[in-house]
Design a protein around this ligand. Sequence first.
Ligand SMILES: [Cu+2]
Length: 189
Amino acid sequence: MTRFAPYLFSLMLLFVTACGGGSDQQQAEDQTTDTQATEQADDVRTIEIVGIDRMKFVVDGEEEGITTGEKMGDYVLLESITAKPGEEIRISLYTESDLPASAMAHNFVLLTMNADAAAFANAASKARDNDYIPTDMEDQIIAHTDLAAGGETVEVTFTAPEETGEYEFLCSFPGHYSGGMKGILNVEE
Ligand SMILES: [Cu+2]
């Protein structure tokens, strides 16, 4: 038996060397693939809101920077959003509805601090030709999305005001503000 040992040993050495070389090469290829798989970075804080037929802004659940209320089916009511002065925020609004756009669509309209939201909603209901954005009250709008009909998503990115305080947001589709489709943006340090 012993006289075969040197032969077996060198055979094993060859085998190990060959395998080792192969795996190094494989590792190098894997690293190249990892480096190429880079993610697209976008650091704008995005709040994903859903508009439902019950005329409410709702969200999936509690998250940092928002306050939520009662349960609404699979969602919870969005009550307010908290932002720092000058913070960049993106609102993404999805309309969940099987109704036609003429009967059910939503938008997100953020008003200036001193705006009269009820008066704005009333004027908006008569501005059908301009997607329910009253042109003579545009100076009371900080930011707004387009209308989103069922299955559609609209977005708007804006900078929170520098002045701390409460800013009302609403959906200006007729009847939705009085139906409760509204909330508060709290700008605070
Ligand atoms: Cu609405």
